[in-house]
Design a protein around this ligand. Sequence first.
Ligand code: HEC
Length: 149
Amino acid sequence: MNKVFGILLVGLTAVLFNSHSIASISVEKAIQKRIEMFKSSKANIKKLKRLIRSGNTSEAVPLADFHVAWSKEMPMLFPLGSEASTSNGSDASSDIWDNPIDFKNAIKQYKLKSKELRKSLISADSVSINETFQSFTGTCKGCHKQFRN
Ligand code: HEC
């Protein structure tokens, strides 16, 4: 077999395997995991706020990294059938699955603003940090307004 083709095949198999294991994550597990992530996210923001206020911007960068990573993982933790029910402890609105494009967009905004916050923390410019932090937290609220019960 052609070597390049062989490498491609291995890569493709790995990708398929990976997406399969993500797709097969159970609905309950996904709900549990995302609630855990959202809780960490809230705790992270408290720390971020404190570090920004005290001017410890370089220490705050890894906290912004969390949000960039979480924004990438988030779409996988909303499998079909995981909207709020009386028994599953979730507050996820069925609007997520009725308006998937809007939901994807809300995640995209969150990712974008996390990256902007990260950039401004690295620049250590306090005006831009305050601005980006505001619009960053705005993406949490914006999504909750539409997609959380
Ligand atoms: C793209 C949409 C979206 C974004 C962005 C988003 N959230 Fe949420 N959040 C949700 C949804 C949906 C739920 C409900 C999840 C569930 O209960 O299954 C939720 C739940 C939560 C919860 C409640 C968890 C619990 O205890 O049940 C907290 C806290 C939270 N989010 C914090 C945040 C913070 C902080 C941010 C921003 C850094 C954020 N979220 C960004 C959609 C979003």
